[in-house]
Design a protein around this ligand. Structure first.
Ligand SMILES: [Zn+2]
Length: 226
């Protein structure tokens, strides 16, 4: 049996409640795999979806933060994951707020990628392909607001959208000094009182350079990160 906690969350529109499940062990302490679009997969691990739909009023909302969730002693298997068609509706509904729109679009991107992972490009319905391309472009524009942005998501969006020149330029600009400074500033911007250790940054940096260079040779599908 999975080691999980059940949380009760509340719809911000009508106050209805729903239950969602989360693994007690963080994913990086399991044998989970991390995909290049940020999706984590492991059969014995789960977390609530970032975008939830209210069971009563059917509105979409972003998963409330930890201190707004209530632990309950009831068994639950539901993460609240939504199919692509529902996420497309969530994107429209949450478009007024950039951060909420980003959450719904990132979730839709990962769902699309998982759904069509083993499907050749030409067999994917044109409507979904077009949706995915404009969705990735929106996400890239969102991440580009932070300059530079050396996150693996930015690299992967550039790669999958075919912006190879910009990808190579970003990779060339990513010297160790720039990378370490970017990591330090990220924590500062989030208000986290933590200065990344330079040695750990160095190890991560070498891994990123190898990973991002190797990725240029891969097919234009998300890949499992090393
Ligand atoms: Zn509701």
């Amino acid at each position: 049996m999975k080691d999980t906690t059940t949380y009760q969350i509340t719809c911000p529109f009508c106050g209805a409640t729903k239950l969602v499940v989360e693994s007690n062990t963080p994913w990086y302490k399991t044998d989970a795999v991390l995909w290049s679009d940020g999706r984590v997969e492991y059969s014995d691990w789960c977390e609530p979806a970032k975008i939830q739909q209210c069971p009563s009023c059917k509105h979409f909302f972003v998963l409330p933060c930890m201190n707004e969730r209530k632990k309950v002693l009831v068994h639950c298997d539901d993460t609240g994951n939504l199919p692509l068609e529902s996420l497309k509706k969530a994107i429209v509904e949450l478009s007024g707020n950039d951060d909420e729109a980003m959450c719904s679009r990132a979730e839709a991107w990962q769902t699309y990628n998982a759904m069509y992972r083993d499907v050749p490009e030409e067999d994917i319905p044109a409507e979904d392909r077009e949706f995915n391309r404009s969705n990735m472009q929106w996400l890239l524009d969102y991440y580009r607001k932070e300059t530079p942005n050396y996150s693996f998501i930015t690299f992967e969006l550039l790669r999958l959208l075919g912006y190879e020149d910009e990808y190579r330029k970003l990779l060339a600009d990513m010297t160790f000094e720039n990378y370490h400074q970017w990591r330090c500033e990220r924590y500062k911007k989030r208000g986290v009182d933590y200065v990344p250790d330079e040695e750990i940054s160095r190890l991560q940096y070498s891994r990123c350079v190898k990973d991002y260079s190797d990725a240029l040779l891969l097919p234009l599908k998300p890949y499992v990160k090393s």
